[in-house]
Ligand binder design. Structure first.
Ligand code: SAH
Ligand code: SF4
Length: 370
C-alpha cells in the first residue's frame, strides 16, 4: 500500500482504525465492507465495487481499484489492508491433472493448495491451518504440530489467487468445487473457516455453491454438533480410517478423546438435523486397516447409515512407516465392502510425484531449506 501525498483527511478521525489493526479486506463480508464504506461517507454501491475487486477481480492492492477515486483508495487503504499471499512455488504433476501451489503468508509461514483438474471442472483443495495439532500418524501435516491458525483472509486468498492463475493460463474450466482438505483440521479453526467458506459461497464473494464446498474433519465431535446448528448446505466428510477403536486410536490419536461411539452419534445427529449425507474417508494403510476383519467391521459400523464411503490410496510420506496396499488388495477390500452393501467410491492416486497429499509439499520445502 502506498501513502499518497495528495491524501485527504479522513472525514471522521474517530472512525479510523489504529495502525496495525486494520482488517484484511479478503476476509470481510459485504456487510462489513459496507460499514467501512458508510464510515467513509461514501454511497452504498461502493461496497459492491470494492467486494468485486477483492473477490472477483483478485486485486493485489487497494491501488488497483481504478474505479475508485485516488483519494477514496487512500482512505480505504487507511482503514483496511489487502495483503495477498505470496506464491512461492508451483509444481505440476507429470502423471495426473494435479498442480500444487505453495504460498507464503505474511509471517513467512508456508501453506499449500492443490488444484485437481477434471474433464469439465477444477477442484481446489485448500489449507486452514499451518501444521495441525491432531497428529494423525500417517499424515505429513501433523508431523510438526500446529504452528498457527490461518485467518479467513488467508484461507479465501488461496481460492482467489489460484482462480486468477487458472484464468490467466487460459483454462476455461471454472474452479467450482472446493474441498477443505489441505493442511490443518478445519473444525479446530472453526470461526475463521466458517467465515471463509461463507465468503467463498456468497454471490458477492467467489460464488461457489454450498453443495460444492466440502469440509473434512478428523472427528472433532463438539464441532460436528455446532456445525449441525449452522443451517448451511456445505458438504461434510469425516475421516474415519478405521472401524474399531483400537485401530483408529493407533492412527488418529483424537479417537482417544472422541471414540467411535461418540463420533458416530455426532455424525448421525448431523445427518438427522441437516439431512445432509456424510462421506466417510478411509485411507488404506497396508497391514493396518486393510484386513478382511477391517472390512467386516466397517460394514457393521456403517451398513444402517445413509452415507457414502470414499477409499483413498495412501500417499507415502517420507520418513513415515506407512504404505498403501497393492491394487489387488485394495480391490479385494472394496469388493468385501460392496458385498456388505456399502456404497463407495475409490479415489484415484494423483500427483504422487509432487507430494500431493496434505502437508507434504510444505514438509518437503522445510526439509529442503532446513
Ligand atoms: N484434517 C482434516 C482435513 C485435512 S486432511 C481431516 O483429517 O479430515 C484430508 C484427508 O487427507 C483426510 O482424510 C486425511 O486423513 C487424508 N490424508 C492425510 N495424509 C494423507 C496421505 N499421506 N495420503 C492420503 N491421504 C491422506
Ligand atoms: Fe491433521 Fe487431518 Fe493430517 Fe490428521 S489427517 S494430522 S487431522 S491434517
Amino acid at each position: 500500500m502506498t501513502a499518497q501525498k495528495t491524501r485527504q483527511k479522513p472525514k471522521n478521525q474517530a472512525d479510523r482504525k489504529p495502525e496495525g489493526r486494520k482488517p484484511e479486506l479478503r476476509g470481510l463480508t459485504l456487510p462489513e465492507i459496507s460499514r467501512i464504506v458508510d464510515e467513509m461517507n461514501e454511497p452504498a454501491y461502493r461496497a459492491g465495487q470494492i467486494a468485486s475487486w477483492v473477490y472477483k477481480k483478485a486485486a493485489g492492492s487497494v491501488d488497483e481499484m481504478t474505479n475508485l477515486s485516488k483519494s477514496l483508495r487512500t482512505e480505504l487503504a487507511d482503514r483496511a489492508s489487502l495483503n495477498p499471499l505470496t506464491p512461492v512455488r508451483r509444481s505440476k504433476s507429470r502423471h495426473g491433472p494435479t498442480t500444487k501451489y505453495l504460498f507464503e503468508l505474511q509471517d513467512g509461514q508456508k501453506v499449500e493448495t492443490v488444484l485437481i483438474g477434471g474433464s469439465r471442472r477444477n477442484t481446489l483443495c485448500i489449507s486452514t491451518q499451518v501444521g495441525c495439532a491432531i497428529g494423525c500418524r500417517f499424515c505429513a501435516s501433523g508431523l510438526e504440530g500446529l504452528v498457527r491458525n490461518m485467518t479467513s483472509a488467508e484461507i479465501v486468498d488461496q481460492v482467489v489467487q489460484v482462480k486468477q492463475q487458472v484464468m490467466l493460463a487460459g483454462d476455461d474450466r471454472p474452479i467450482n468445487n472446493i474441498v477443505v482438505m489441505g493442511m490443518g483440521e478445519p473444525l479446530a479453526n472453526y470461526r475463521q473457516v466458517l467465515r471463509a467458506v461463507r465468503i467463498i459461497n456468497a454471490d458477492w464473494g467467489l460464488g461457489i455453491g454450498a453443495r460444492k464446498i466440502t469440509l473434512s474433519t478428523s472427528g472433532l465431535v463438539p464441532k460436528i454438533y455446532q456445525l449441525a446448528e449452522e443451517k448451511i448446505q456445505f458438504e461434510l466428510s469425516v475421516s474415519l480410517h478405521a472401524a474399531d477403536d483400537r485401530t483408529r486410536t493407533s492412527i488418529v490419536p483424537l479417537n482417544r478423546r472422541f471414540p467411535l461411539k461418540q463420533l458416530m452419534k455426532a455424525c448421525r445427529h448431523y445427518t438427522g438435523t441437516t439431512d445432509r449425507i456424510i462421506t466417510y474417508e478411509y485411507v488404506l494403510l497396508k497391514g493396518v486397516n486393510d484386513r478382511f476383519q477391517d472390512a467386516e467391521n466397517l460394514v457393521k459400523l456403517l451398513k444402517k447409515d445413509k452415507c457414502k464411503l470414499n477409499l483413498i490410496p495412501y500417499n507415502q510420506v517420507q520418513g513415515l512407516p506407512y504404505e498403501t496396499p497393492d491394487e489387488h488388495r485394495r480391490t479385494a477390500f472394496a469388493d468385501a465392502l460392496r458385498a456388505g452393501g456399502l456404497q463407495l467410491t475409490i479415489r484415484r492416486e494423483r500427483g504422487r510425484d509432487i507430494d500431493a497429499a496434505c502437508g507434504q509439499l510444505r514438509l518437503a520445502e522445510s526439509r529442503r531449506s532446513g
